[in-house]
Design a binder for this molecule. Structure first.
Ligand SMILES: [Zn+2]
Length: 261
């Protein structure tokens, strides 16, 4: 999805239940990745502020739900599993248990601490996808991406390293160079190496789905404006790093209080 929020701290949504005409508050904190243990910095930066806020609202008698859980998908997990020669389930089971116990011991008052690997989350994500697809909001496009033959997997950008075609930096990523700031096509990268296997990856055709934002600008803007009206005058803790909104949308209109990364 081009509409992308990167959430570092707490994301709070308020909405009105028309039938009950009672305000409900949903608080989520960033899902910790089940590829390593959480540390004090995570607790202090992301979970403690949310927990304080939730406890305060509970004491005020508000109808509030505080949810969190382990993020259990992604390439780093499969790499850890490969390195340890175990299945990814072993890794996610291990770190879900460790992190859940840490949260329990620190007294984080989640109402739900779930796992993204549970079938209900797969079904929900699939439901969103199908709904968007049925509404013709998605378009499939083919593109070329580096493929690691020995690991039999497509490589995300950060797992390919090579020589920058513009400045000669030896540790450039597949489509951008942090040294000179250039963006280029992966086919232009010189001497590409898979950071997973150390082998030379090959470019292979793959498909991705893209949202048709160009057809939805007006609708998106209306949704955002309605959301901002609902949020008007209320406090929201979130920080937004990347937003792919329509060009005439002004980010400063969002009622955002950033409390840092
Ligand atoms: Zn460069």
């Amino acid at each position: 999805m081009a509409l992308k929020f990167s959430i570092f701290n707490v994301f709070k949504i308020k909405f009105m239940d028309q039938k009950l005409s009672q305000e409900k508050i949903l608080v989520t904190a960033a899902l910790p990745y089940a590829n390593g243990p959480i540390h004090l910095g995570h607790l202090a930066g992301a979970y403690l502020p949310a927990d304080i806020y939730v406890r305060y609202q509970r004491q005020r008698g508000r109808d509030i739900l505080f949810i969190c859980g382990s993020d259990e998908h992604g390439v780093p997990i499969t790499i850890t599993a490969d390195n340890e020669k175990v299945s990814p389930n072993v890794i996610i089971d291990r770190f879900h248990a460790i992190n859940k116990e840490s949260f329990d011991r620190f007294g984080m008052s989640f109402d739900i601490y779930s796992r993204t690997s549970l079938p209900i989350h797969h079904e929900t994500a699939l439901g969103f996808f199908k709904e968007f697809s049925d509404a013709d909001l998605l378009v499939e496009k083919k593109s070329m991406q580096f493929y690691d033959n020995s690991r039999q997997m497509f490589l995300p950008d950060r797992y390919v390293e090579g020589t920058c075609p513009k400045c000669g930096n030896l540790s450039a990523r597949s489509d951008e160079c942090e040294n000179c700031g250039s963006l280029y096509d992966p086919s232009e990268l010189l001497n590409p190496v898979s950071k997973i296997s150390g082998d030379k990856p090959e470019l292979k055709e793959t498909s991705h789905w893209f949202s048709r934002l160009e057809n939805s600008r007006k609708e998106l803007k209306n949704i955002l404006m309605r959301w901002m009206r609902i949020m008007n005058g209320k406090t929201m803790f979130c920080s937004i790093a990347k937003v792919g909104f329509p060009p005439d949308f002004r980010i400063e209109q969002l009622p955002v209080i950033s409390i840092g990364e």
